[in-house]
Design a protein around this ligand. Structure first.
Ligand code: G6P
Ligand code: MG
Length: 220
């Protein structure tokens, strides 16, 4: 039986994915790397330095910069991103998520956060939902990013549950792969997750509820 949920943050709980995309897009343009929606989707769920590497590789510039320069680029992107998220309020929680967190609490389920973002604690605070989660995996202590299962394994450990008792929720293809590799049940949200074949799928966060999940599980 399902007893807990591991949540991705950006693009699942709040639409910060668009701010990451905006900040990376601007940096890419500055570095002379042409942006595409495909590149934008590939970056979803990918950590800061890996995202930068993928952008440089997309422009054939992977060997043009020193490590110090790369750190500076990543820092610049983060400064821009942090400025963009300052305006977040509880109104920026995606449709259906506040109600779903309420159901989780009322039903005695547990939830934790599996986000690669070092800004996750700050975002949860701004959204005023920190206390719905028993814990947040600190991504600076994770050695392999999504699609490696590590961060979801760790988020599952925070719940003190077995993988089979957990549903992981993701808007990124790399994230769905990570959940599946962790042995948890993957709930994919949105078109970008379809290629990774999640166990359960919804078009939109508004479609996430205990009831729809139970229905989808039983028709599996
Ligand atoms: C999440 C987002 C990615 C982001 C990563 C690192 O996984 O989906 O777009 O690159 O976190 O976030 P950070 O805020 O630490 O740069
Ligand atoms: Mg995401």
């Amino acid at each position: 039986d399902i007893k807990g949920f591991t949540f991705d943050l950006d693009g699942v709980i709040t639409d910060t994915a668009k701010f990451h995309e905006q900040a990376w897009h601007d940096l890419a343009t500055e570095l002379g790397v042409e942006w595409s929606d495909t590149l934008g989707n590939q970056l979803k769920g990918i950590g800061r330095m890996d995202s930068l590497s993928m952008i440089l590789a997309a422009g054939g510039k992977q060997n043009q910069f020193s490590d110090d320069e790369k750190k500076m680029f990543a820092h610049k992107k983060n400064t821009h991103y942090v400025a963009l998220i300052q305006s977040l309020t509880p109104d920026d929680i995606l449709p259906g998520i506040t109600a779903f967190l309420g159901e989780i609490r009322a039903g005695g389920f547990l939830a934790s956060i599996a986000s690669a973002s070092k800004n996750a604690p700050q975002i949860l605070k701004k959204l005023e939902i920190t206390n719905y989660f028993v814990g947040i995996v600190d991504p600076s202590t994770v050695s392999h990013g999504k699609p490696d299962p590590e961060i979801f394994v760790r988020a599952g450990e925070l719940l003190n549950l077995q993988p089979k008792q957990i549903i992981g929720i993701e808007d990124a293809s790399a994230g769905v792969q990570a959940i599946k590799a962790a042995g948890q049940t993957a709930l994919g949200v949105g078109a970008a997750t379809q290629s990774a074949k999640p166990h359960l799928w919804v078009r939109d966060t508004a479609d996430i509820s205990l009831k729809t999940i139970a229905m989808k599980l039983s028709s599996d």
